[in-house]
Design a protein around this ligand. Structure first.
Ligand code: 5GP
Ligand code: ZN
Length: 136
């Protein structure tokens, strides 16, 4: 896609600090890091987000993200990793080429889990499950 920032990184038209790559996916550093070692994994092929991507590219990206996360644990001192992929503006996505954030974590780093872990209404939860089930 001509106007896509990450397609331009794939094509080498703009610079990126690359880490590793496969035939389907590329890992590079986020230049506005949320934590030391924050990396992004993207498919070479353009998909707007995880909602529209092929099974092959979803699998390739998650496999590469896991490998990068393992390296953050073994070589950057991370004791945990947040894998995150936002889809569409209302979820907070800002670059519309599928990407998985790989964010190295350590205890006490100040990242808050963004929901309260309050118990939900079981009837409502069952209702949502039924609607999802019927779609799948
Ligand atoms: P999103 O907000 O869509 O989940 O994530 C987009 C990410 O792309 C952000 O974390 C942002 O820091 C990163 N980003 C934006 N522009 C660039 C860039 O030019 N190069 C790199 N390496 N990362 C970028
Ligand atoms: Zn793209």
């Amino acid at each position: 896609m001509t106007d896509c920032l990450f397609c331009k990184i794939v094509a080498g038209e703009i610079p990126a600090i690359r880490i590793t790559e496969t035939d389907r996916a590329i890992a590079f550093m986020d230049i506005f890091p949320a934590a030391p070692g924050h990396a992004l994994v993207i498919p070479r092929e353009h998909h707007d987000d995880a909602l529209g991507a092929s099974d092959e590219d979803l699998a390739a990206c998650m496999q590469l993200a896991s490998r990068v996360g393992q390296a953050a644990v073994s070589h950057l001192g991370a004791t945990g990793v947040t894998f995150q992929s936002l889809a569409r503006p209302d979820a907070g996505q800002t670059v519309f080429h599928l990407h998985i954030h790989v964010i190295p974590r350590v205890a006490g780093d100040g990242f808050a889990v963004p929901w309260p872990h309050a118990e939900g209404d079981l009837a409502e939860i069952e209702g949502h499950a039924a609607r999802l089930r019927s779609a799948l």
